[in-house]
Design a protein around this ligand. Structure first.
Ligand SMILES: Nc1ncnc2c1ncn2[C@@H]1O[C@H](COP(=O)(O)OP(=O)(O)OP(=O)(O)O)[C@@H](O)[C@H]1O
Ligand SMILES: [Mg+2]
Length: 271
């Protein structure tokens, strides 16, 4: 078996609140993401999902533990080493409105990282990326405000893809979208993985989303991973009581099933 693309070992991250007060957001978290794999990270609000994503991106300082990418220790990568990683590790955030500069056309947004990387074929690559994310070629002349939420999220995905990364950290990338648009964007993530072999570390609080997209999933609870495994198993027949509660708390369309689940959830909560 080949070594995973990303390995996180026993990672601890503290946020400094006051001079002598720290908040331990990650308490020794370990996981791995293989090439071409999608690993989901689920858990309630505040459990540390985004913190793990930020640590991988170099946006949160690591107290202890190790992050390895393609065999290289990147735990404390800064400056030039971090900039070099930017072409390999990209990110898509939840908010398709806040994450795009409204004063730049889509063409400029997409070409920007290419200019920084010294690419001469920016225009051809931009056209190719728009095609990848199923946006019309004339989008290059338009501004982000002229697009719908789902289209903007596809622009953000194109921007992440433009440097041909090997890993994309996706932090709740479909949570702000309505269900139909969510389905379209999730299909896009699946297609892009098939076409490019990119890996995803996919943060979500939605077990249904994770089941659809991910090969494996880890469940976080208060800064720790309480359960990991095959996505289908964890999201349909979880071992850990916390995951069971998370699963039962997720809404379902059928009112009868919803009532049954609600009863089961209450039983679990009282247990
Ligand atoms: N910059 C920060 N400074 C201090 N504390 C922070 C900071 N960012 C996050 N935290 C705290 O760290 C913990 C983990 O936060 P994190 O954002 O990783 O959770 P999350 O699982 O992504 O939650 P959500 O589902 O709401 O996005 C929380 O208790 C949060 O309040
Ligand atoms: Mg978060």
């Amino acid at each position: 078996m080949t070594a995973p693309l990303l390995t996180v070992e026993d990672l601890v991250v503290d946020y400094r609140l006051h001079r002598k007060l720290n908040l331990r957001a990650l308490k020794g978290v370990s996981l791995s993401v293989g090439a071409g794999e999608c690993v989901g990270l689920v858990g309630e609000s505040g459990s540390g999902k985004s913190t793990l994503g930020k640590a991988v991106l170099g946006l949160a300082a690591v107290t202890s533990g190790r992050i390895t990418f393609a065999g290289e220790d990147i735990t404390h990568a800064r400056g030039a080493a971090r900039r070099r990683l930017a072409s390999d590790i990209q990110v898509v955030f939840q908010d398709p409105y806040g994450s795009l500069d409204p004063t730049m056309t889509v063409g400029e947004v997409l070409a920007e990282p290419l200019v920084a990387a010294g690419s001469r074929q920016a225009r051809a690559v931009v056209a190719e990326m728009l095609d990848h994310v199923r946006l019309p070629a004339d989008s290059v002349h338009r501004y982000p405000s002229e697009f719908s939420g789902g289209q903007r999220q596809r622009i953000a995905i194109a921007r992440a893809l433009v440097r041909r990364p090997r890993l994309i950290v996706c932090d709740e990338p479909v949570s702000a979208l309505d269900l139909t648009t969510q389905a379209t964007v999730l299909d896009l993530f699946l297609d892009l993985q098939r076409e490019t072999g990119v890996s995803y570390l996919f943060v979500s609080h939605d077990l249904g989303v994770v089941r659809r997209l991910c090969h494996r999933v880890s469940v976080m609870y208060q800064g720790e991973i309480v359960e990991s495994g095959d996505a289908r198993t964890v999201t349909s027949d979880p071992d850990h009581p916390y995951t069971r509660r998370l699963l039962l708390a997720a809404p379902v369309a059928d009112p009868t099933r919803q009532a049954e689940r609600r009863a089961a959830w209450l039983t679990l909560r009282e247990a």
